[in-house]
Design a protein around this ligand. Structure first.
Ligand code: ASP
Length: 346
């Protein structure tokens, strides 16, 4: 599986420092709403599910934002289900390795994928994706909405987004930005940023923005775009510079950070959404049990407070459903395809 050739060309320069990568090393229960459930069968008895440990697969490194959200909800979801949930990080290819693995897993509710916006962008970025996000998965429900931030290393020269644009334009061959692989939110955001300023920059790919943040703090890379769930504490501590948030409104927990729109780059807008998936064909009763547990976890005080402190929020109950999730996935696939194709073609 590989990215489209046009994007490959655009990102060719990024491979120069790929070595850095190594351094870091539907149904509402009715089964009628999700495309996969509709097509894939489902049905049947949950048969005492769950009667053993459940694995939540995270498609990026431990310590990153997707990992943080997963571990946060795994506790209360496990309590609601009466079984322990273990978290497994399966990194690689911007989240597509993990998704491909879960698509092939037993459809028994014991292997659950947490993924983000990358589930909707991968079909536009990879020519020969090993799975179809709509056909090969059953959605469980949306989990969170998370803004992104454009941040820089503490000693990186630019102090504002305007200065960042000036600086990277003048130093395009030497400035490095981190991302978590083609298909990651950080890469999508960087693609939009480069497209907006008309400059191609040198990427440092990682397998998650957890390790990318370590290198940003160490000054090995200059800047990156990442979810507030991974950047808020470093911004508030002054350990990184915050240039902008990528949402239409400022983020409550980061009141001093301007939006990209305020700074004149409104086209760089991306909000990250997370959702849970099981393989297509998972019995409806199991899907229902997971959805109910998700909805319960999203009302947990600790989940709400922790997410708020990190600039994020749980979705409302009507969004934590297979129908809403499938609809979002379809809409986002349709939304991002032309944007990615246009940005990649330049
Ligand atoms: N924030 C990462 C991304 O760029 C993924 C992660 O490490 O959670 O998509």
């Amino acid at each position: 599986m590989g990215p489209h050739r046009s994007l490959n060309a655009r990102l060719g320069a990024t491979l120069a420092i790929a070595v850095l990568l190594l351094a870091a090393c539907t149904g509402d229960g009715s089964g009628a709403s999700g495309a996969a459930a509709t097509d894939g069968g489902g049905g049947g008895d949950a048969g005492g599910y769950p009667d053993r440990e459940i694995t939540f697969v995270v498609p990026f490194s431990a310590g990153g934002p997707t990992d943080t959200v997963t571990r946060l909800i795994a506790g209360p979801m496990g309590e609601a289900l009466g079984q322990q949930i273990v978290v497994q990080n399966v990194e690689g290819a911007g989240g597509t390795v993990a998704a491909g693995q879960v698509a092939q897993a037993e459809a028994d509710g014991y292997t659950v994928l947490m993924h983000h916006i990358g589930m909707s962008t991968a079909p536009s970025l990879y020519e020969d994706l090993a799975y179809d996000p709509l056909e090969d998965f059953q959605t469980i429900g949306l989990v969170t909405e998370v803004p992104m931030t454009i941040i820089g290393a503490a000693d990186f020269e630019p102090n504002t987004l305007e200065e960042l644009v000036e600086y990277v334009t003048a130093n395009a061959d030497t400035v490095t930005y981190a991302h978590a692989g083609i298909g990651a939110a950080s890469q999508l955001c960087a693609l939009l940023f480069q497209d907006a300023i008309g400059v191609e920059l040198v990427a440092a790919p990682y397998e998650g923005t957890g390790p990318a943040m370590d290198d940003l703090l160490g000054g090995q890379v200059d800047f990156m775009c990442d979810q507030t769930t991974n950047t808020t504490s470093q911004i508030l501590a002054g350990d990184v510079k915050a240039y902008a948030v990528t949402t239409p409104e400022r983020v409550e927990s980061l009141p001093d950070v301007p939006t990209t729109e305020e700074e004149g780059f409104g086209e760089v807008q991306v909000g990250v959404w997370h959702g849970l998936y099981v393989p297509a064909g998972t019995p409806d009763e199991i899907v229902q049990a997971l959805t109910a547990a998700l909805q319960e976890a999203l009302t947990d005080e600790n989940v709400i407070e922790t997410l708020a402190g990190l600039g994020a929020a749980p979705v409302s109950e009507d969004q934590a459903t297979p129908e809403a999730h499938t609809q979002r996935l379809q809409e986002q696939i349709d939304l991002w395809r032309p944007i990615i194709e246009a940005a990649s073609a330049e």
